[in-house]
Design a protein around this ligand. Sequence first.
Ligand code: GDP
Length: 642
Amino acid sequence: MSRAKGAPTRREGRLTIQTVAGDAEGAERMRSLASVRRAREREREKRKGGTVEQARVAREVIIPDVITVGDLANRMATRGVEIIKFLMRQGVMLKINDVIDNDTAELVATEFGHTVRRVSEADVEEGFIGAEDVDDYLVARPPVVTVMGHVDHGKTSLLDALRSADVVSGEHGGITQHIGAYQVRLEGGQAVTFLDTPGHAAFSAMRMRGANVTDIVVLVVAADDGVMPQTVEAINHAKAAGAPIIVAINKIDKPGADPTRVINELLQHEIVVESLGGDTQAIQVSAKEKMGLDDLIEAILLQAEVLDLKANPDRTADGMVIEAKLDRGRGAVSTVLVKRGTLKRGDIVVAGDTFGRVRALLNERGEQLSEAGPSVPVEILGMDGTPSPGEPFAVVENEARARELTDYRTRLKREKAGSPIQGASLADMMAKLADKKVSELPVIIKADVQGSAEAIVGSLDKLAHEEVRARIILSGAGAISESDVMLAKGAGSPILGFNVRASKQAQVLAEREGVEIRYYSIIYDLIDDMKGVLSGMLAPIQRETFLGNAEVLQAFDISKIGRVAGCRVSEGVVRKGARVRIIRADIVVLELGTLQTLKRFKDEVNEVPSGQECGMAFQGFQDIKAGDTIECFTLEEVRRTL
Ligand code: GDP
């Protein structure tokens, strides 16, 4: 950075506007000011004992994913121009507020003699799944088994049959809930966890996320059908996941069953069963007749012993999401499989971009648990959304940490999705509003858990019609607060409370401001109610029923009544009080009139049939002429519903 020698000399040859304009003096003046300032600076630095360069202290510069030039300069305790100049020499033209990536920033900082510590937003992920446990703390855990095989070979039947091996069922009621996984407890005190997600899709989805929880694959092959394409697929999946296979040769009760054929066919796929000197166990079973199930379980336990499956139960839990759904009554319900540690009620769990405090833990029998240890599948209630299957979950120390993680992940997801979601949908909405007349019912939704709020929003969205729809001003979890009421007042919307109540102050405020709060405890009731309201907002349609036509033969004025038409009914009937349309030379001259008076000779009548003559007078229409056609019809208002 030695720019010590005379700026003036450099400047002399330079072509500036001032020199062109002959205002050399001005140029000189400007130059002087700047160079004097620089000279002074150099003086100062010298006095401090050294050149600018020497004075520079090597520091540790913290560099995030992206940084502006100005920011980087600050962190390096340098002036921005220095960095700009440096970058310029590298052929990059940047301004002080331009953003550079971390690689460039690192290059700059090291060039200037600093050390660099890169930090990344992604660092929040660090420690989400804790380090490996030390061997000393590990205790045996049940194996996690996935049943795979070709379609119709009996995966579902086998899983169902295996449920009956459960010894606890007798006393406590059987496995009733399909929560995506279940644990069978055996007489010997052991347990086996089955993933109840037949089909390779779920298995692959989980493996794709690198969160494989399956210890053992039970490969179901029908003895009467042999190795089929999906059998091969399953073998490949198991091999890729490094999970040992146990072959269950199913349907041996069938007349055409040929276990030897299955064993031979498996050879072609490098599955060598024990009877042929290999190390793969093959068990003959019948899911239908419940034959060989004990042998199969025995084989699983043996395999588990070989694998020496262990986990540390005395730590914060982590594991994997098996499935998740929005339940109408319970909000977001996720089934997770604990891999290690013990998951407890009250723990704060993060999975994907969702989190929540575990309100309840339920097992496959629908029983409430207070905790769940390694290899135990449980349903957890209390998450604020539904994480994807295969997503790792972990307990974090507090809510702040949970938010930090989920905020980051949400942001990442949005960035990946490309366009900012909100902007797009807003624009969408504006466009729709512009070309259609849509009436909107603004609503504010407060629910006990985020999951319920989401379910309600989802259902309300489904109610949307091209003319009416609900507009969600706010949806969230928690009691109805004063600020909700104020928001409702501003938006002219009611507040729908699902399993929540308004605080005392909010209630008072709502009464004073005339804001309606409706409470519900069943989502269907809420949806029905909203459906009713939205239906009410749909403009009724008018249904026209044709009655008859009449020709005007003559028109004359009668005092008191006004202008009267002498007509002949040419078609159908005409009826007093009915609606009329008057047409003259094929042009409608009166769109919607009322037949006020109908006379036959001197008498007022209600109806005149085709072929007869009559006198008519119309409400508010005095311009009737001979030759006009009168169309007579009734008009009904029909209410529409969603
Ligand atoms: P998946 O598609 O692999 O889940 O197969 P399923 O469990 O749905 O079974 C397919 C069909 O095979 C069903 O009609 C079952 O009743 C039948 N099945 C399953 N296991 C047996 C068995 O051991 N013996 C006999 N005879 N039929 C079976």
